[in-house]
Design a protein around this ligand. Structure first.
Ligand code: FPP
Length: 259
């Protein structure tokens, strides 16, 4: 239920603490995937500022959300930072986002909470499309966190769900060609083990900000049984209370796996 506008300040934070308590007493999703949408609209409509300001705040929000997840005990996060389709944007905007991405990898690599929680940082996506400086930063973060097993932060860059599946098909086909496996050995578990996020459970919840109700080629294989949650808030404006509401909604839904 949306809060009446009049509720603010202490009443608001009391409501937030109450909601947090409620959420923590329920089933906490193990893996949440985020479609971080609405940076440009936030800049334009809320701040009346240039587009890049939305992206700058979007990067800060990602950092905040990762810390919320660690605090709540959400062990795996996958974030859609840049899709293959996003390469169609203006080159100046792409350069700016890639610079933010580079910074973000270095910052996560040094983050004390990343180390105290044992968060493994990973890059998923088409490495051939990613600029050298971003790959270098990602390698640095991955190398520094490669032995961690408790939490995962997957950064999806130059990522597409169909490309992810096509990649799996290519790898499995090569094994069949080389006589390492038989066609009849191919099953869902095998495909799942080759998919980019195959080392962690599939997302329990996929959350998209900005009011768009689409999946936009994100984690197509992995989302078979994921709960979907869409909120009207733009990504830079996404608050802790919005996040808690999303988790509460997830907890209230009955998860039946088609049974
Ligand atoms: C979504 O808003 C944002 C993107 C497609 C790309 C950039 C993502 C971020 C800056 C989030 C943080 C990630 C890092 C580390 C760079 P949009 O630009 O599609 O906004 P719109 O839907 O209002 O047009």
């Amino acid at each position: 239920m949306p809060l009446p506008k009049i509720v603010s300040g202490p009443a608001y934070s009391a409501y937030e603490s109450q909601l947090e308590k409620e959420v923590l007493s329920g089933l906490i999703p193990q893996h949440i995937a985020f479609i971080m949408d609405g940076n440009r609209r936030y800049a334009k409509e809320v701040l009346n500022a240039p587009t890049v300001e939305g992206h700058r705040l979007g990067k800060d929000k990602l950092n905040e959300v990762v810390h919320w997840c660690l605090e709540l005990g959400i062990h795996h996060m996958t974030v859609y930072a840049f899709s293959t389709e996003n390469f169609k944007r203006d080159p100046t905007e792409i350069d700016y986002i890639m610079e933010l991405m580079e910074k973000s990898f270095y910052e996560f690599a040094e983050d004390k909470d990343v180390h105290s929680h044992h968060v493994a940082i990973k890059l998923i996506g088409d490495l051939e499309l990613i600029p050298e400086n971003v790959l270098k930063a990602a390698d640095y973060a991955m190398e520094r966190t490669k032995d961690y097993k408790d939490f995962t932060l997957n950064m999806a860059v130059a990522y597409g769900g169909r490309q992810d599946i096509a990649n799996v098909v290519r790898q499995i086909a090569a094994k069949v060609r080389d006589g390492e496996i038989d066609v009849d050995d191919i099953d869902e578990d095998m495909i799942g083990s080759y998919i980019s996020t195959g080392d962690i459970p599939d997302p329990d919840l996929i959350l998209r900000t900005s009011g768009e109700m689409r999946i936009s080629n994100f984690l197509l294989w992995q989302m078979a049984y994921s709960e979907l949650y869409f909120t009207d808030v733009y990504w830079p404006g996404f608050r802790y209370i919005d996040f808690l509401r999303a988790i509460r909604t997830y907890q209230q839904r009955k998860r039946r796996y088609g049974a």
